[in-house]
Design a protein around this ligand. Structure first.
Ligand code: HAM
Length: 439
């Protein structure tokens, strides 16, 4: 790792990025830009609208939204007080913020459904490893206002079609139902009865979960291998008719779109807000461990209400962008577009580059991409640079060009040379490059 620092009074001061974060630049930055473009176009097809909410929110939002007893809120949030003594939290996920925004901006008064998408950084204090960061990016959607299983199926279809569009294979969709309030209540009672005799065998966190939210005992990482966990009652056995019917319809709709999935009763999700459908989409990549879940989500019929809004159902998902990029890499899918420079321009022997700046500015404004020499390179090095950039045309400006209001233009492939009047350069480039650039 590079050291950025200096020796101050004999002490080596290093400034490095915080643990679990990374710098986005170069090829990876290109990939993220490219992914965003694909996502934008995809979201247009489904008529989802772009949202941006603050990166920090009142801590209370996540306590009420994500859940007091979840690992995310209990152990993973970045909490801080601002200078006005307010309790704030860097968002660990996007759903709670979108729901807050939906309520605060009274979007429930609009014609339903309201379909939102977002893309941005999230923060969780987790142990960093491949595919797990403390700052990571999510692309997510949230659809409000419909109880219909069509909406659950549409949301799942977006993930699947997005991955299909990228050419990602080896994808597995796991779905499950957490049931409605009544089913959950019956299940909760069953869990309390079941774990009661074993309470002293559970870890301290689980004993706390037993009191507050027994469902969370099931995603405990400490006790997960114990037989008492494996033999615990299954939520699927406690679903009421309505919940079973909802899941059955989601399955029918997924079938109608030819989307493969498996019903996996083990999917419980680490956030408290879910009701009915939950799902996780995995990539089957060696060495990924639990980081192979690329995206996940589900239905949350009471979250809007719990955060202080009216009773409006919602369903959504989020995909981890870093994990997605690792999965694409593992399948050798290259996302970067080859970007060629149209024109490379430079001057020779001039003290004042106003004429060059004027021309480059005009060409860029007319839709061509132009790079130029800022380092006073000699002729040979400028040609080398133009080759490296794969520039299609080279513009050379010397005192003769400035005096006569002309340009020397070279085709960088054929080396054919043209003398062009300044006012004719756009027509010239249009005639030579217009068709190529439109393809
Ligand atoms: P989540 O399962 O906590 O759900 O996160 C969704 C995805 O974000 C994960 O599947 C993973 O790809 C990525 N992710 C999570 N934590 C990390 C991390 N530390 N490093 C890298 N990637 C990570 C949610 O966040 C819900 N808000 C999803 C949702 C939307 N449910 C309904 N609507």
């Amino acid at each position: 790792m590079d050291k950025i620092g200096k020796i101050l009074n004999g002490v080596d001061i290093m400034i490095q990025k915080p643990k679990g974060t990374y710098d986005l630049f170069g090829e990876n930055a290109e990939k993220v830009i490219y992914l965003k473009k694909i996502i934008e176009a995809l979201m247009d097809k489904y008529n989802y609208k772009y949202f941006e909410t603050p990166i920090f929110e009142t801590s209370e939002l996540f306590h009420r939204g994500v859940g007091e007893t979840t690992d995310i809120v209990n152990k993973e949030t970045y909490d801080f007080k601002d200078r006005g003594d307010r309790n704030l939290t860097l968002r660990p996920e996007g759903t709670a913020g979108i729901v807050r925004s939906f309520i605060e901006n009274k979007l429930y008064t609009l014609s339903m459904p309201v379909k939102a998408w977002y893309f941005g950084p999230m923060f969780r204090y987790e142990r960093p490893q491949a595919g797990r960061y403390r700052e990571f990016r999510q692309f997510g959607v949230e659809a409000f206002g419909s109880n219909d299983p069509m909406m659950d199926a549409e949301v799942i279809s977006i993930i699947v079609n997005f991955f299909k569009l990228l050419g990602l294979k080896g994808i597995k969709v796991n779905i499950n139902s957490l049931g409605d309030k009544e089913s959950r209540e019956n299940y909760r009672t069953a869990l309390l009865d079941y774990f009661k005799p074993y309470i002293n065998d559970l870890c301290e966190d689980c004993r706390n979960r037993y009191e507050k939210n027994p469902l969370r005992i099931l995603d405990c990482k400490v006790d997960s291998d114990k037989d008492i966990m494996k033999n615990a009652p299954k939520l699927t056995d406690y679903l009421n008719e309505e919940s079973k019917e909802h899941l059955a319809r989601v399955k029918t709709y997924l079938d109608s779109m030819n989307i493969d999935y498996v019903v996996n009763p083990g999917i419980v999700r680490g956030l408290d807000y879910y009701t009915h459908t939950v799902f996780e989409v995995e990539a089957n990549i060696k060495g990924f461990g639990s980081q192979n879940v690329l995206g996940a989500g589900g239905r949350y019929n009471h979250l809007v209400e719990n955060i202080g809004g009216p009773s409006v159902p919602g369903v959504g998902f989020a995909i981890g962008i870093e994990r997605l990029m690792l999965a694409l890499e593992a399948e050798n899918i290259n996302l970067t577009e080859e970007k060629n420079i149209d024109v490379y321009a430079f001057s020779q022997g001039l003290n004042d580059n106003s004429y060059l700046m004027n021309i480059v500015n005009m060409i860029r404004l007319n839709g061509f991409n132009v790079e130029m020499d800022y380092l006073n390179r000699n002729m040979k090095n400028n040609f080398k640079k133009a080759d490296k950039l794969k520039a299609k045309y080279i513009i050379i400006i010397g005192s003769t060009e400035v005096e006569n209001n002309i340009l020397t233009v070279k085709n960088n492939e054929t080396l054919e040379e043209f003398k062009i009047k300044k006012e004719e350069i756009i027509d010239f480039l249009d005639s030579k490059l217009g068709d190529i650039n439109e393809n």
